[in-house]
Write a protein that binds this ligand. Structure first.
Ligand SMILES: [Zn+2]
Ligand SMILES: [Zn+2]
Length: 109
């Protein structure tokens, strides 16, 4: 047999427990949202700083988005875009270079 006081205490404990659970849920949601925000900020930062996508086929400099060109001969090599230096140097080494060039006795090394 439970007294009125005991019932009241039980009710209060149950209420407190429910409240704690609710708070934990809210806290978990907040933590999740904060984490998502951090990740989004991290992504934006990485984007601003530039994501390294590979290395120049001629000078091996790290390349970011929008700083390189693909080989015009279609070998798939990425080449620095700054000036024509790297693209032109690559053209003489490219596996897809015109064979007429390398077959000439003067150019063969
Ligand atoms: Zn280069
Ligand atoms: Zn090439």
């Amino acid at each position: 047999m439970t007294s009125y006081v005991e019932q009241a205490v039980q009710a209060r404990i149950a209420a407190a427990k429910a409240k704690t659970q609710q708070q934990e849920q809210v806290r978990g949601e907040l933590a999740g949202r904060r984490k998502a925000g951090l990740m989004a900020r991290h992504r934006a930062k990485a984007k601003r700083r530039g994501i390294r996508l590979g290395f120049c086929g001629t000078c091996a400099r790290p390349l970011m988005r929008g700083t390189y060109l693909l080989c015009s001969k279609g070998c798939g090599a990425k080449l620095c875009r700054g000036g024509d230096r790297c693209t032109q140097q690559h053209n003489t080494q490219c596996p897809n270079r015109p064979t007429a060039y390398t077959d000439s006795p003067g150019e063969a090394s």
